[in-house]
Design a protein around this ligand. Structure first.
Ligand code: PEP
Ligand code: MG
Length: 539
Protein backbone atom coordinates (compact mmCIF):
# COMPACT_ATOMS: atom_id res chain seq x y z
CA UNK A 1 0.00 0.00 0.00
CA UNK A 2 1.12 3.55 -0.75
CA UNK A 3 -0.12 6.74 0.84
CA UNK A 4 -0.42 10.12 -0.82
CA UNK A 5 -2.65 13.16 -0.60
CA UNK A 6 -6.32 12.55 -1.32
CA UNK A 7 -7.03 15.25 -3.90
CA UNK A 8 -10.47 14.23 -5.07
CA UNK A 9 -12.86 12.08 -3.07
CA UNK A 10 -14.24 8.72 -4.13
CA UNK A 11 -13.11 5.12 -4.71
CA UNK A 12 -11.85 3.39 -7.83
CA UNK A 13 -10.79 -0.12 -8.74
CA UNK A 14 -9.03 -0.44 -12.06
CA UNK A 15 -5.91 -1.16 -14.08
CA UNK A 16 -2.74 0.88 -14.16
CA UNK A 17 -1.82 2.83 -17.24
CA UNK A 18 1.49 4.60 -16.85
CA UNK A 19 1.71 7.70 -18.89
CA UNK A 20 5.17 7.95 -20.34
CA UNK A 21 6.55 11.41 -20.39
CA UNK A 22 7.98 11.30 -23.87
CA UNK A 23 10.63 13.83 -23.12
CA UNK A 24 11.69 15.44 -26.35
CA UNK A 25 15.47 15.59 -26.35
CA UNK A 26 16.65 19.10 -26.86
CA UNK A 27 19.66 19.35 -29.06
CA UNK A 28 21.41 22.60 -29.48
CA UNK A 29 22.17 23.57 -33.06
CA UNK A 30 23.65 26.63 -34.60
CA UNK A 31 21.41 27.57 -37.49
CA UNK A 32 22.25 29.15 -40.82
CA UNK A 33 18.89 30.41 -41.95
CA UNK A 34 17.19 32.51 -39.29
CA UNK A 35 13.98 33.10 -41.28
CA UNK A 36 13.53 29.40 -41.88
CA UNK A 37 13.93 28.68 -38.17
CA UNK A 38 11.48 31.43 -37.23
CA UNK A 39 8.97 29.96 -39.70
CA UNK A 40 9.43 26.50 -38.07
CA UNK A 41 8.79 28.05 -34.70
CA UNK A 42 5.69 29.80 -35.97
CA UNK A 43 4.30 26.59 -37.49
CA UNK A 44 4.77 24.81 -34.15
CA UNK A 45 3.11 27.60 -32.13
CA UNK A 46 0.23 27.73 -34.63
CA UNK A 47 -0.27 23.97 -34.30
CA UNK A 48 -0.11 24.32 -30.51
CA UNK A 49 -2.76 27.04 -30.58
CA UNK A 50 -5.06 24.89 -32.72
CA UNK A 51 -4.65 21.91 -30.36
CA UNK A 52 -5.30 24.06 -27.32
CA UNK A 53 -8.42 25.48 -28.95
CA UNK A 54 -9.73 21.94 -29.42
CA UNK A 55 -8.92 20.89 -25.86
CA UNK A 56 -10.49 24.06 -24.53
CA UNK A 57 -13.74 23.34 -26.39
CA UNK A 58 -13.84 19.82 -24.99
CA UNK A 59 -13.09 21.05 -21.48
CA UNK A 60 -15.76 23.72 -21.75
CA UNK A 61 -18.38 21.15 -22.68
CA UNK A 62 -17.38 18.72 -19.96
CA UNK A 63 -16.25 20.93 -17.13
CA UNK A 64 -17.66 24.37 -17.77
CA UNK A 65 -16.18 27.68 -18.80
CA UNK A 66 -14.41 28.39 -15.54
CA UNK A 67 -12.29 25.26 -15.67
CA UNK A 68 -11.64 25.65 -19.38
CA UNK A 69 -10.18 29.07 -18.69
CA UNK A 70 -6.82 27.48 -17.93
CA UNK A 71 -6.44 26.74 -21.64
CA UNK A 72 -7.34 30.30 -22.41
CA UNK A 73 -4.40 31.29 -20.22
CA UNK A 74 -2.19 28.82 -22.11
CA UNK A 75 -3.21 30.47 -25.36
CA UNK A 76 -2.56 33.87 -23.85
CA UNK A 77 0.95 32.80 -23.00
CA UNK A 78 1.39 31.72 -26.62
CA UNK A 79 0.20 35.12 -27.77
CA UNK A 80 2.22 37.02 -25.19
CA UNK A 81 4.87 39.00 -27.12
CA UNK A 82 7.14 38.84 -24.08
CA UNK A 83 7.12 35.06 -24.24
CA UNK A 84 7.19 34.42 -27.99
CA UNK A 85 9.24 37.56 -28.61
CA UNK A 86 11.91 36.33 -26.23
CA UNK A 87 12.11 33.01 -28.07
CA UNK A 88 12.30 34.69 -31.46
CA UNK A 89 14.96 37.07 -30.24
CA UNK A 90 16.98 34.18 -28.87
CA UNK A 91 16.81 32.51 -32.32
CA UNK A 92 17.76 35.68 -34.18
CA UNK A 93 20.43 37.02 -31.85
CA UNK A 94 22.15 33.78 -30.91
CA UNK A 95 21.45 31.80 -34.08
CA UNK A 96 20.26 28.81 -32.06
CA UNK A 97 17.54 26.39 -33.09
CA UNK A 98 13.93 26.96 -31.97
CA UNK A 99 14.04 24.09 -29.42
CA UNK A 100 17.04 25.50 -27.62
CA UNK A 101 15.66 29.06 -27.81
CA UNK A 102 12.33 27.93 -26.36
CA UNK A 103 13.98 25.91 -23.64
CA UNK A 104 16.06 28.87 -22.46
CA UNK A 105 12.95 31.03 -22.17
CA UNK A 106 11.06 28.26 -20.36
CA UNK A 107 13.91 27.92 -17.87
CA UNK A 108 13.78 31.64 -17.25
CA UNK A 109 10.00 31.64 -16.63
CA UNK A 110 10.25 28.60 -14.37
CA UNK A 111 13.03 30.22 -12.35
CA UNK A 112 11.02 33.43 -11.92
CA UNK A 113 7.78 31.67 -10.90
CA UNK A 114 9.68 29.23 -8.71
CA UNK A 115 11.29 32.03 -6.73
CA UNK A 116 7.93 33.57 -5.84
CA UNK A 117 6.53 33.06 -2.36
CA UNK A 118 3.01 32.79 -3.66
CA UNK A 119 1.79 29.15 -3.85
CA UNK A 120 -0.55 30.07 -6.69
CA UNK A 121 2.30 31.44 -8.81
CA UNK A 122 4.37 28.34 -8.06
CA UNK A 123 1.55 26.19 -9.38
CA UNK A 124 1.63 28.23 -12.63
CA UNK A 125 4.98 26.60 -13.43
CA UNK A 126 2.94 23.59 -14.51
CA UNK A 127 1.13 25.77 -17.06
CA UNK A 128 4.36 27.15 -18.52
CA UNK A 129 5.83 23.65 -18.76
CA UNK A 130 2.64 22.35 -20.34
CA UNK A 131 2.66 24.95 -23.10
CA UNK A 132 6.42 24.54 -23.59
CA UNK A 133 6.23 20.75 -23.85
CA UNK A 134 3.44 21.02 -26.38
CA UNK A 135 5.41 23.40 -28.61
CA UNK A 136 8.48 21.16 -28.31
CA UNK A 137 6.47 18.12 -29.35
CA UNK A 138 5.09 20.03 -32.30
CA UNK A 139 8.59 21.11 -33.28
CA UNK A 140 9.67 17.47 -33.15
CA UNK A 141 6.50 16.18 -34.81
CA UNK A 142 5.66 13.89 -31.84
CA UNK A 143 2.05 12.79 -31.27
CA UNK A 144 0.60 14.80 -28.39
CA UNK A 145 -2.73 13.04 -27.99
CA UNK A 146 -1.59 9.87 -26.12
CA UNK A 147 -4.13 9.76 -23.27
CA UNK A 148 -7.23 9.98 -25.38
CA UNK A 149 -7.30 6.28 -26.27
CA UNK A 150 -7.10 4.19 -23.09
CA UNK A 151 -9.21 1.13 -22.26
CA UNK A 152 -12.08 0.68 -19.80
CA UNK A 153 -11.43 0.99 -16.04
CA UNK A 154 -8.13 2.74 -16.43
CA UNK A 155 -6.22 4.36 -13.62
CA UNK A 156 -3.87 6.86 -15.17
CA UNK A 157 -0.50 7.20 -13.46
CA UNK A 158 1.94 9.95 -14.22
CA UNK A 159 4.75 11.91 -12.69
CA UNK A 160 2.43 14.88 -12.93
CA UNK A 161 -0.61 15.49 -15.06
CA UNK A 162 -0.76 18.73 -16.93
CA UNK A 163 -4.07 20.54 -17.25
CA UNK A 164 -4.30 19.50 -20.89
CA UNK A 165 -3.69 15.85 -19.95
CA UNK A 166 -6.47 16.10 -17.39
CA UNK A 167 -8.86 17.63 -19.88
CA UNK A 168 -8.19 14.82 -22.36
CA UNK A 169 -9.08 12.07 -19.89
CA UNK A 170 -12.07 10.13 -21.09
CA UNK A 171 -14.40 10.19 -18.14
CA UNK A 172 -16.12 6.98 -19.20
CA UNK A 173 -12.88 5.04 -19.13
CA UNK A 174 -10.56 6.72 -16.68
CA UNK A 175 -11.77 5.92 -13.18
CA UNK A 176 -8.98 7.61 -11.18
CA UNK A 177 -5.57 9.14 -11.49
CA UNK A 178 -2.40 9.13 -9.44
CA UNK A 179 0.65 11.35 -9.58
CA UNK A 180 4.11 11.42 -8.02
CA UNK A 181 3.98 15.12 -7.26
CA UNK A 182 1.37 17.84 -6.69
CA UNK A 183 -0.79 19.14 -3.89
CA UNK A 184 -4.43 19.82 -3.22
CA UNK A 185 -4.32 23.19 -4.94
CA UNK A 186 -2.61 22.07 -8.14
CA UNK A 187 -4.66 22.43 -11.30
CA UNK A 188 -4.91 18.71 -11.87
CA UNK A 189 -6.36 18.26 -8.38
CA UNK A 190 -8.88 21.04 -8.89
CA UNK A 191 -9.93 19.56 -12.23
CA UNK A 192 -10.21 16.09 -10.74
CA UNK A 193 -12.66 17.47 -8.21
CA UNK A 194 -14.66 19.19 -10.94
CA UNK A 195 -14.73 16.03 -13.06
CA UNK A 196 -15.45 14.09 -9.88
CA UNK A 197 -12.72 11.57 -10.72
CA UNK A 198 -11.04 10.18 -7.58
CA UNK A 199 -7.41 11.25 -7.43
CA UNK A 200 -4.39 10.85 -5.18
CA UNK A 201 -1.40 13.12 -5.68
CA UNK A 202 2.02 13.50 -4.08
CA UNK A 203 2.66 9.73 -4.07
CA UNK A 204 6.42 10.12 -4.60
CA UNK A 205 7.40 7.19 -6.81
CA UNK A 206 4.10 5.68 -7.92
CA UNK A 207 5.24 5.66 -11.56
CA UNK A 208 7.97 3.22 -10.49
CA UNK A 209 6.04 1.26 -7.88
CA UNK A 210 3.46 -0.07 -10.32
CA UNK A 211 3.58 -1.74 -13.71
CA UNK A 212 1.17 -1.30 -16.60
CA UNK A 213 -1.84 -3.52 -16.06
CA UNK A 214 -1.45 -3.88 -12.27
CA UNK A 215 -4.77 -4.00 -10.44
CA UNK A 216 -5.12 -0.98 -8.17
CA UNK A 217 -7.49 0.33 -5.56
CA UNK A 218 -7.61 4.09 -5.11
CA UNK A 219 -9.12 5.73 -2.06
CA UNK A 220 -9.39 9.44 -2.86
CA UNK A 221 -10.68 10.20 0.63
CA UNK A 222 -7.69 8.89 2.57
CA UNK A 223 -5.03 9.03 -0.16
CA UNK A 224 -4.45 5.24 0.07
CA UNK A 225 -3.44 3.26 -3.02
CA UNK A 226 -3.40 -0.54 -2.82
CA UNK A 227 -1.34 -2.38 -5.43
CA UNK A 228 -2.54 -5.83 -6.58
CA UNK A 229 -4.96 -6.38 -3.69
CA UNK A 230 -6.40 -9.83 -2.98
CA UNK A 231 -10.02 -10.62 -3.62
CA UNK A 232 -11.31 -9.89 -0.14
CA UNK A 233 -9.83 -6.40 -0.21
CA UNK A 234 -11.33 -5.79 -3.65
CA UNK A 235 -14.74 -6.86 -2.30
CA UNK A 236 -14.33 -4.58 0.69
CA UNK A 237 -13.61 -1.57 -1.53
CA UNK A 238 -16.35 -2.43 -3.99
CA UNK A 239 -18.74 -2.13 -1.07
CA UNK A 240 -17.17 1.16 0.04
CA UNK A 241 -17.42 2.54 -3.47
CA UNK A 242 -21.04 1.55 -3.78
CA UNK A 243 -21.89 3.14 -0.46
CA UNK A 244 -20.04 6.33 -1.40
CA UNK A 245 -21.85 6.69 -4.72
CA UNK A 246 -25.15 5.92 -3.14
CA UNK A 247 -24.61 8.52 -0.48
CA UNK A 248 -23.56 11.10 -3.06
CA UNK A 249 -26.70 10.49 -5.07
CA UNK A 250 -28.81 10.54 -1.94
CA UNK A 251 -27.34 13.87 -0.88
CA UNK A 252 -28.50 15.48 -4.11
CA UNK A 253 -32.03 15.07 -2.87
CA UNK A 254 -31.21 17.66 -0.26
CA UNK A 255 -30.38 20.40 -2.76
CA UNK A 256 -33.78 22.04 -2.51
CA UNK A 257 -34.48 21.02 1.06
CA UNK A 258 -34.67 23.74 3.65
CA UNK A 259 -33.26 21.76 6.54
CA UNK A 260 -34.76 21.49 9.97
CA UNK A 261 -33.59 19.54 13.00
CA UNK A 262 -35.74 16.69 14.30
CA UNK A 263 -37.31 19.05 16.80
CA UNK A 264 -38.27 21.37 13.95
CA UNK A 265 -35.70 24.16 14.24
CA UNK A 266 -34.92 25.65 10.84
CA UNK A 267 -31.19 25.97 10.23
CA UNK A 268 -29.64 27.78 7.30
CA UNK A 269 -26.70 26.27 5.44
CA UNK A 270 -24.86 28.89 3.41
CA UNK A 271 -21.73 29.11 1.32
CA UNK A 272 -18.46 31.03 1.65
CA UNK A 273 -17.19 32.74 -1.47
CA UNK A 274 -14.02 34.57 -2.48
CA UNK A 275 -14.79 35.54 -6.05
CA UNK A 276 -18.25 36.65 -7.19
CA UNK A 277 -18.54 33.67 -9.60
CA UNK A 278 -18.12 31.28 -6.67
CA UNK A 279 -21.73 32.05 -5.82
CA UNK A 280 -22.80 29.81 -8.74
CA UNK A 281 -21.43 26.60 -7.21
CA UNK A 282 -22.72 27.62 -3.80
CA UNK A 283 -26.28 28.06 -5.08
CA UNK A 284 -26.08 24.90 -7.24
CA UNK A 285 -25.34 22.97 -4.04
CA UNK A 286 -28.53 24.18 -2.46
CA UNK A 287 -27.20 26.92 -0.21
CA UNK A 288 -29.58 29.15 1.71
CA UNK A 289 -27.45 32.12 0.71
CA UNK A 290 -23.92 33.41 1.09
CA UNK A 291 -22.74 33.55 4.69
CA UNK A 292 -19.38 35.13 3.90
CA UNK A 293 -18.12 36.95 0.83
CA UNK A 294 -14.40 37.51 1.47
CA UNK A 295 -14.18 40.71 -0.57
CA UNK A 296 -10.43 41.12 -0.15
CA UNK A 297 -10.05 38.75 -3.10
CA UNK A 298 -11.41 41.53 -5.31
CA UNK A 299 -8.41 43.58 -4.22
CA UNK A 300 -5.76 40.88 -4.61
CA UNK A 301 -3.70 39.79 -7.64
CA UNK A 302 -3.85 43.18 -9.31
CA UNK A 303 -1.89 46.41 -9.52
CA UNK A 304 -4.38 48.93 -8.22
CA UNK A 305 -7.49 49.33 -6.07
CA UNK A 306 -10.70 48.07 -7.68
CA UNK A 307 -12.90 51.04 -8.53
CA UNK A 308 -16.40 51.60 -7.12
CA UNK A 309 -17.83 50.61 -10.48
CA UNK A 310 -15.88 47.34 -10.66
CA UNK A 311 -16.86 46.44 -7.14
CA UNK A 312 -20.45 47.39 -7.77
CA UNK A 313 -20.57 44.89 -10.66
CA UNK A 314 -19.21 42.16 -8.36
CA UNK A 315 -21.73 42.82 -5.56
CA UNK A 316 -24.56 43.18 -8.03
CA UNK A 317 -23.69 39.78 -9.50
CA UNK A 318 -23.86 38.14 -6.07
CA UNK A 319 -27.00 40.07 -5.12
CA UNK A 320 -28.80 38.89 -8.23
CA UNK A 321 -27.75 35.29 -7.68
CA UNK A 322 -28.90 35.16 -4.05
CA UNK A 323 -32.07 37.13 -4.81
CA UNK A 324 -34.38 36.84 -1.83
CA UNK A 325 -31.84 34.85 0.15
CA UNK A 326 -29.20 36.62 2.19
CA UNK A 327 -25.75 37.47 0.81
CA UNK A 328 -23.42 38.67 3.57
CA UNK A 329 -20.65 40.85 2.21
CA UNK A 330 -17.71 41.26 4.55
CA UNK A 331 -15.84 44.52 4.21
CA UNK A 332 -12.17 44.49 3.34
CA UNK A 333 -10.10 42.25 5.64
CA UNK A 334 -6.63 43.06 4.44
CA UNK A 335 -3.49 42.96 6.57
CA UNK A 336 -2.30 40.00 8.63
CA UNK A 337 -1.36 37.35 6.08
CA UNK A 338 -3.20 39.08 3.22
CA UNK A 339 -1.21 41.85 1.60
CA UNK A 340 -1.73 44.13 -1.39
CA UNK A 341 1.25 44.94 -3.57
CA UNK A 342 -0.06 48.44 -4.30
CA UNK A 343 -0.85 49.30 -0.66
CA UNK A 344 2.45 49.15 1.16
CA UNK A 345 1.94 48.74 4.89
CA UNK A 346 4.63 49.18 7.50
CA UNK A 347 6.37 45.96 8.59
CA UNK A 348 4.87 44.76 11.85
CA UNK A 349 6.19 42.41 14.52
CA UNK A 350 2.76 40.82 14.90
CA UNK A 351 0.69 41.41 11.77
CA UNK A 352 -2.19 39.28 13.10
CA UNK A 353 -2.46 41.66 16.04
CA UNK A 354 -1.81 44.70 13.93
CA UNK A 355 -3.08 47.17 11.42
CA UNK A 356 -5.67 45.16 9.52
CA UNK A 357 -9.33 44.79 8.54
CA UNK A 358 -11.66 47.31 10.21
CA UNK A 359 -8.71 49.05 11.87
CA UNK A 360 -7.22 49.86 8.49
CA UNK A 361 -10.61 50.78 6.98
CA UNK A 362 -11.48 53.24 9.75
CA UNK A 363 -8.08 54.83 9.29
CA UNK A 364 -8.32 54.90 5.48
CA UNK A 365 -11.87 56.13 4.93
CA UNK A 366 -10.99 56.91 1.33
CA UNK A 367 -10.60 53.18 0.69
CA UNK A 368 -13.46 52.16 2.97
CA UNK A 369 -16.03 54.49 1.41
CA UNK A 370 -15.43 53.26 -2.13
CA UNK A 371 -16.29 49.75 -0.97
CA UNK A 372 -19.28 50.70 1.15
CA UNK A 373 -20.79 52.75 -1.68
CA UNK A 374 -20.34 49.82 -4.05
CA UNK A 375 -21.95 47.34 -1.62
CA UNK A 376 -24.85 49.72 -0.99
CA UNK A 377 -25.44 50.11 -4.71
CA UNK A 378 -25.27 46.33 -5.08
CA UNK A 379 -27.96 46.02 -2.40
CA UNK A 380 -30.46 47.53 -4.85
CA UNK A 381 -30.30 44.22 -6.77
CA UNK A 382 -30.80 41.61 -4.07
CA UNK A 383 -30.72 40.91 -0.37
CA UNK A 384 -27.18 41.91 0.64
CA UNK A 385 -26.04 42.50 4.20
CA UNK A 386 -22.83 44.14 5.41
CA UNK A 387 -20.48 42.54 7.91
CA UNK A 388 -17.48 44.21 9.58
CA UNK A 389 -14.43 42.05 10.37
CA UNK A 390 -12.12 42.14 13.41
CA UNK A 391 -14.43 44.18 15.60
CA UNK A 392 -13.13 44.41 19.16
CA UNK A 393 -15.17 47.27 20.61
CA UNK A 394 -18.57 48.88 20.17
CA UNK A 395 -16.88 52.16 19.18
CA UNK A 396 -15.46 50.50 16.09
CA UNK A 397 -18.89 49.27 15.10
CA UNK A 398 -20.45 52.72 15.67
CA UNK A 399 -17.68 54.40 13.67
CA UNK A 400 -18.15 51.97 10.81
CA UNK A 401 -21.89 52.64 10.86
CA UNK A 402 -21.18 56.36 10.74
CA UNK A 403 -19.11 55.98 7.60
CA UNK A 404 -21.88 53.83 6.18
CA UNK A 405 -24.45 56.55 6.94
CA UNK A 406 -22.22 59.09 5.17
CA UNK A 407 -22.14 56.88 2.09
CA UNK A 408 -25.92 56.46 2.19
CA UNK A 409 -26.40 60.23 2.34
CA UNK A 410 -24.08 60.72 -0.61
CA UNK A 411 -25.83 58.11 -2.71
CA UNK A 412 -29.20 59.56 -1.85
CA UNK A 413 -28.06 63.03 -2.94
CA UNK A 414 -26.75 61.51 -6.18
CA UNK A 415 -30.06 59.76 -6.76
CA UNK A 416 -28.46 56.28 -6.73
CA UNK A 417 -30.51 53.32 -5.52
CA UNK A 418 -29.66 51.22 -2.46
CA UNK A 419 -31.44 49.33 0.28
CA UNK A 420 -32.01 51.80 3.11
CA UNK A 421 -32.74 48.97 5.53
CA UNK A 422 -29.63 46.96 4.74
CA UNK A 423 -28.68 44.74 7.67
CA UNK A 424 -25.32 45.23 9.39
CA UNK A 425 -23.52 42.69 11.51
CA UNK A 426 -20.11 41.85 12.83
CA UNK A 427 -17.69 38.97 12.72
CA UNK A 428 -17.17 37.64 16.21
CA UNK A 429 -13.55 36.58 15.85
CA UNK A 430 -11.81 38.47 18.63
CA UNK A 431 -12.46 37.06 22.11
CA UNK A 432 -13.37 40.56 23.37
CA UNK A 433 -16.33 40.64 21.00
CA UNK A 434 -17.53 37.24 22.22
CA UNK A 435 -17.18 38.24 25.87
CA UNK A 436 -19.08 41.49 25.21
CA UNK A 437 -21.58 39.84 22.86
CA UNK A 438 -24.51 40.85 25.09
CA UNK A 439 -23.67 44.53 24.51
CA UNK A 440 -23.03 44.10 20.80
CA UNK A 441 -26.27 42.18 20.34
CA UNK A 442 -28.28 45.28 21.26
CA UNK A 443 -26.88 47.15 18.27
CA UNK A 444 -26.08 44.70 15.48
CA UNK A 445 -28.50 42.83 13.23
CA UNK A 446 -26.52 39.60 13.35
CA UNK A 447 -23.32 37.87 14.39
CA UNK A 448 -21.15 35.54 12.36
CA UNK A 449 -18.55 33.69 14.37
CA UNK A 450 -15.16 33.61 12.67
CA UNK A 451 -13.65 30.60 14.34
CA UNK A 452 -10.47 30.66 12.27
CA UNK A 453 -9.36 33.76 14.12
CA UNK A 454 -11.37 33.28 17.29
CA UNK A 455 -9.55 30.02 18.01
CA UNK A 456 -6.11 31.45 17.35
CA UNK A 457 -6.71 34.49 19.56
CA UNK A 458 -8.39 32.53 22.35
CA UNK A 459 -5.74 29.84 22.54
CA UNK A 460 -2.81 32.07 21.55
CA UNK A 461 -2.04 29.58 18.80
CA UNK A 462 -1.08 31.01 15.41
CA UNK A 463 -3.40 29.46 12.82
CA UNK A 464 -0.52 29.29 10.30
CA UNK A 465 2.08 27.64 12.52
CA UNK A 466 2.40 23.87 11.95
CA UNK A 467 4.54 23.39 15.05
CA UNK A 468 1.76 24.29 17.45
CA UNK A 469 -1.17 23.11 15.36
CA UNK A 470 -1.95 20.55 18.08
CA UNK A 471 -3.05 23.49 20.25
CA UNK A 472 -5.38 24.85 17.61
CA UNK A 473 -8.45 22.99 18.79
CA UNK A 474 -11.97 24.08 17.80
CA UNK A 475 -13.45 21.87 20.53
CA UNK A 476 -11.39 23.42 23.34
CA UNK A 477 -13.85 24.19 26.17
CA UNK A 478 -12.81 27.86 26.18
CA UNK A 479 -13.67 28.18 22.49
CA UNK A 480 -16.96 26.38 22.95
CA UNK A 481 -17.87 28.65 25.86
CA UNK A 482 -17.23 31.78 23.80
CA UNK A 483 -19.34 30.37 20.97
CA UNK A 484 -22.16 29.57 23.36
CA UNK A 485 -22.00 33.04 24.92
CA UNK A 486 -22.20 34.64 21.51
CA UNK A 487 -25.17 32.56 20.38
CA UNK A 488 -27.09 33.12 23.64
CA UNK A 489 -26.42 36.85 23.56
CA UNK A 490 -27.75 37.12 20.00
CA UNK A 491 -30.89 35.18 20.84
CA UNK A 492 -31.59 37.23 23.94
CA UNK A 493 -31.93 40.27 21.67
CA UNK A 494 -33.83 38.37 18.97
CA UNK A 495 -30.89 38.42 16.55
CA UNK A 496 -29.48 35.55 14.54
CA UNK A 497 -26.08 34.01 14.98
CA UNK A 498 -24.13 32.30 12.21
CA UNK A 499 -20.65 30.89 11.82
CA UNK A 500 -18.38 31.25 8.79
CA UNK A 501 -15.03 29.93 10.03
CA UNK A 502 -13.84 26.47 8.91
CA UNK A 503 -15.42 24.92 12.01
CA UNK A 504 -18.86 25.50 10.43
CA UNK A 505 -18.00 22.98 7.69
CA UNK A 506 -16.32 20.49 10.01
CA UNK A 507 -18.68 17.52 10.24
CA UNK A 508 -17.30 16.57 13.63
CA UNK A 509 -18.55 19.84 15.12
CA UNK A 510 -21.95 20.15 13.43
CA UNK A 511 -24.07 18.37 16.03
CA UNK A 512 -22.45 20.25 18.90
CA UNK A 513 -23.07 23.60 17.20
CA UNK A 514 -26.70 22.73 16.50
CA UNK A 515 -27.08 21.77 20.13
CA UNK A 516 -25.66 25.14 21.15
CA UNK A 517 -28.28 26.88 19.04
CA UNK A 518 -26.34 28.13 16.02
CA UNK A 519 -28.80 29.48 13.40
CA UNK A 520 -26.64 29.50 10.28
CA UNK A 521 -23.62 27.53 9.06
CA UNK A 522 -21.52 28.90 6.21
CA UNK A 523 -18.93 26.75 4.42
CA UNK A 524 -17.37 25.81 1.08
CA UNK A 525 -19.82 24.70 -1.62
CA UNK A 526 -18.81 21.04 -1.58
CA UNK A 527 -19.54 20.64 2.15
CA UNK A 528 -23.09 22.02 2.05
CA UNK A 529 -25.07 18.87 1.30
CA UNK A 530 -23.18 16.75 3.82
CA UNK A 531 -23.85 19.37 6.50
CA UNK A 532 -27.54 19.47 5.65
CA UNK A 533 -27.77 15.73 6.18
CA UNK A 534 -26.11 15.83 9.61
CA UNK A 535 -28.29 18.73 10.73
CA UNK A 536 -31.45 16.82 9.83
CA UNK A 537 -30.31 14.02 12.12
CA UNK A 538 -29.80 16.38 15.06
CA UNK A 539 -32.38 16.78 17.81
C1 PEP B 1 -12.47 33.54 10.40
O1 PEP B 1 -11.59 34.19 10.97
O2 PEP B 1 -13.03 32.56 10.90
C2 PEP B 1 -12.92 33.92 9.05
C3 PEP B 1 -13.97 33.35 8.50
O3 PEP B 1 -12.22 34.86 8.39
P1 PEP B 1 -10.80 34.63 7.67
O4 PEP B 1 -10.57 33.15 7.59
O5 PEP B 1 -10.95 35.27 6.34
O6 PEP B 1 -9.87 35.33 8.60
MG1 MG C 1 -10.94 36.14 10.29
Amino acid sequence: MKKGIGASKGYAIGYAFIKKDEEVKIEERIIENIDEELARLKAATDATRAQLEKIKDKAEKEMGAEKAAVFESHMMLLDDPEFTGAIEMNVSNNKVNAEKALNDVLDMYIAIFGSMEDEYMKERIADVKDVGARILKNLAGVDTEGLASVGENTIVIAHDLTPSDTAQLDRNKVVAFLTNIGGRTSHSAIMARTLEIPAVVGLGTITEDVKNGDLLIVDGNTGDVIINPDETVVKEYEAKKEAFLKEKEELKKLIDVKVKTKSGKRIEVCGNIGKPEDVDAVMANGADGVGLFRTEFLYMDRDDMPSEEEQYEAYKYVAEKVGEKLGIVRTLDIGGDKKLSYLPLPEEENPFLGYRAIRLCLDRKDIFKVQLRAILRGSAHGNLAIMFPMISSLEEFFQAKEVLAECMAELKAEGKAYNENIKTGIMVEIPAAAVMADEFAKHVDFFSIGTNDLIQYTLAADRMNEKISYLYNPMHPAVLRLIKMTIDAAHKEGKFCGMCGEMAGDERATAKLVEMGLDEFSMSASSILGAKKIIMDCE
